[in-house]
Design a protein around this ligand. Structure first.
Ligand code: BG6
Length: 506
C-alpha cells in the first residue's frame, strides 16, 4: 500500500523467487497468476523474478505453464497482452512433490538455487502456502529444518499463509506457535483478501487523511455501527468445507473483523506496519468477550431454505452436495458486539453476514445520533430521516452521506437526501483480483495489510464464546430464512429490541 498516498514514483518489487505450494489448485489458477500478470503489466514485477509451482500432481513444467496460460486467459481481469503473458509464464517452472516429504525440500533447494543463479533473484524467497490449512504447519516446519526459509546475507525469506487461520482460539494459538517455532514474526504474512480491496484500505484514508470525520467519530456522536457482508450466492460446490466451518468461522474473525478494526481503531502514530497492526489488535482486544449466556442473547444464527435469489432457484442448504442432511451449520450470522474503551463505550456494533441473501452487498454504515426534534414540534414534520455515513465496499464502491433537507415550498417539510462519492467517477482503476497489492506488499516487505499473531488471537477470543454457546445449545436456536430474503426474522429482533433497524440489503 506504500505507493498509494501521493503520486510517489512506483517502486518495482524486490527480485525474488516466488514458490507456490499447492500450485495445481484453484487459488493459483484463478487468482495468483492473474494477480501476478496484473503486477507484470503494471511494471511492478522485477526482471529478476521466477515462479516455482510445487504440488503432488504429476505434471511437467510445460504442462503446468500451458494450464496457467489457459487459466490466465479465462480469469484475467484485463485484456492479456501476449508479450507480457509470455514473459511471465517464461519464468515459471514446476516441481512435483509432497509438502510433508523431506525429499521435496532437497529438490526444491536445487530448483531454487538453479533459478537464483540463472535469474539473479538475489536469494530472496517468497513461499506462498496455497494449500489446505492442515498443511500450513508441516510445510513451515520443513522450510525451517531444511534451512530454505533461513534469512542470511541480506536476503529475505517470507511465507504467506492463507485463511482460515485456525478454527477456534486454541487452534489459532497452536498454529501461531508452530509457525513461530520455524520463522520470525517478521517473516510471516497472514493474508486476508479483504485487505486487498481498495475500498477497505480507503477506510484508513477516509478516517485519518481528513480532518472532518475524526472529531465526531466516537460515542458522543455515533449511535451505532452496522457492518454487513451479504452474499447472494449459495454455498455451491464448497459443501464439504463450508459444512464443517459455517458463516461465523468463515467470515467473522477475518473479513468482518478487518472492517471492524479499521473503522473503530485509534489513529496509529505512524502509517507503518507495527503501529497500524498494534492499533488494530488493541481494538479487538478491547472488544467485549461475552459470557456464554450473553453470547446466545447477542447472536443470531440461521440456515437458508429453498428460495429464489436474482432469478436463480436455490435449493435448501441441507440438499447441497457434501452437506450432512441434518446439518445445523449456520449460513447466516448476526452479532451485537460492544467495545470497552472510552471512544466506543455504549455504542453497539452490529455485524451480519450470510449466503443466499437478497443481494450481494458489503458495507459499513455509521449511524449518527439523532438531532433533537424539539424545534420541529409545531411543524408538520413528523420524523427526521436517519444520518448514516455509508462506506460501500462492494459491489458499489462508494461513500455516501445521508442527511435531512427541506423540501422546497412554503411549508417546513423535510426529506432524507444523500450525497454520494463513487470511486468510478474519480478514479480510472483497472479491475483487479484483490491479490495484487498483497503480493506486491509482501515482495517489498510492507506488512501493513497482513495480520499479526496478536490480532488473530484477539479476534478468535471475541468469537470463541459464540462457538462455545452454540455448541452447548447443540442446534437449538438455529433459525431459518428463505434464500433470496434479507435473512431471518430473529436478526430483525436483535436490533429491534434496542429500538434500531438494519439497513435494507439492496
Ligand atoms: C472467503 C470465504 O474467504 O470470502 C467465502 O471463504 C466468501 O465463503 C468469500 O464467499 C467472500 O469474499 P468476497 O471478496 O467475494 O466478498
Amino acid at each position: 500500500m506504500s505507493e498509494s498516498f501521493a503520486a510517489a514514483p512506483v517502486r518495482t518489487a524486490d527480485p525474488c523467487c516466488f514458490v507456490i505450494f499447492g500450485a495445481s489448485g484453484d487459488l493459483t489458477h484463478r487468482l495468483l497468476i492473474p494477480a501476478l500478470y496484473n503486477l507484470a503489466a503494471g511494471g511492478l514485477l522485477p526482471d529478476a523474478f521466477s515462479v516455482i509451482g510445487v504440488a503432488r500432481k504429476e505434471l511437467s513444467s510445460d504442462a503446468f505453464r500451458d494450464g496457467l496460460e489457459k487459466s490466465l486467459r479465462t480469469f484475467a481481469t484485463r485484456r492479456v497482452d501476449d508479450a507480457v503473458g509470455r514473459r511471465l509464464l517464461g519464468c515459471v517452472s514446476y516441481l512435483q512433490g509432497d509438502g510433508e516429504d523431506p525429499a521435496t525440500y532437497e529438490q526444491l533447494r536445487q530448483a531454487i538455487e538453479r533459478v537464483e543463479a540463472a535469474r539473479g533473484t538475489r536469494g530472496n524467497r517468497l513461499f506462498y502456502l496455497a494449500t489446505p490449512p492442515a498443511a500450513f504447519a508441516p510445510i513451515t516446519c520443513r522450510l525451517g529444518t531444511s534451512g530454505l526459509s533461513r534469512e542470511r546475507d541480506g536476503a529475505w525469506r517470507r511465507v504467506i499463509i492463507e485463511k482460515p487461520f485456525g478454527t477456534d482460539l486454541a487452534s489459532a494459538r497452536a498454529l501461531n506457535q508452530q509457525l513461530l517455532a520455524s520463522l520470525g514474526e517478521h517473516q510471516i504474512y497472514r493474508i486476508d483478501h479483504y485487505l486487498g480491496k481498495e475500498t477497505v484500505q480507503n477506510i484508513l484514508v477516509l478516517r485519518f487523511a481528513n480532518g472532518l470525520f475524526e472529531p465526531i467519530w466516537h460515542r458522543d456522536h455515533i449511535d451505532h455501527v452496522q457492518i454487513t457482508v451479504a452474499e447472494s450466492l449459495p454455498v455451491g460446490r464448497r459443501g464439504r468445507f463450508y459444512d464443517s466451518t459455517g458463516a461465523l468461522r468463515d467470515m467473522v474473525p477475518n473479513h468482518l473483523f478487518q472492517l471492524l478494526s479499521l473503522v473503530a481503531m485509534e489513529p496509529p502514530a505512524r502509517f507503518e506496519a507495527s503501529a497500524v497492526r498494534a492499533e488494530k489488535a488493541e481494538l479487538l482486544d478491547a472488544t467485549q468477550v461475552q459470557s456464554t449466556s450473553d453470547a446466545l442473547r447477542n447472536s443470531v444464527r440461521a440456515q437458508y431454505q429453498a428460495g429464489t435469489s436474482a432469478n436463480h432457484r436455490i435449493e435448501d442448504y441441507r440438499r447441497t452436495a457434501d452437506v450432512r442432511p441434518g446439518s445445523t451449520t449456520e449460513t447466516y450470522v448476526a452479532l451485537k458486539l460492544m467495545i470497552d474503551n472510552w471512544r466506543w463505550a455504549g455504542v453497539p456494533f452490529y455485524l451480519r453476514t450470510g449466503k443466499a441473501l437478497r443481494a450481494q452487498s458489503t458495507e459499513v454504515a455509521i449511524k449518527f445520533k439523532q438531532a433533537p426534534f424539539v424545534m420541529f414540534r409545531d411543524t408538520p414534520v413528523d420524523r427526521l430521516a436517519q444520518n448514516f455515513l455509508v462506506l460501500g465496499i462492494q459491489p458499489h464502491e462508494c461513500i455516501s452521506l445521508q442527511f435531512n433537507a427541506k423540501i422546497p415550498g412554503p411549508m417546513i417539510t423535510i426529506k432524507g437526501v444523500g450525497m454520494t462519492f463513487k470511486y468510478q467517477d474519480y478514479f480510472d482503476t483497472a479491475p483487479s483480483t484483490g491479490y495484487e497489492t498483497l503480493i506486491y506488499d509482501c515482495m517489498i516487505g510492507d506488512a501493513i495489510l497482513f495480520q499479526r499473531a496478536d490480532g488473530i488471537e484477539a479476534g478468535w477470543r471475541v468469537v470463541q464464546p459464540f462457538i462455545d454457546a452454540w455448541r452447548e445449545a447443540d442446534g437449538q436456536g438455529l433459525a431459518s430464512y428463505q434464500a433470496g430474503s434479507e435473512g431471518p426474522e430473529a436478526a430483525e429482533h436483535l436490533l429491534a429490541r434496542d429500538g434500531r433497524r438494519w439497513r435494507p440489503i439492496a
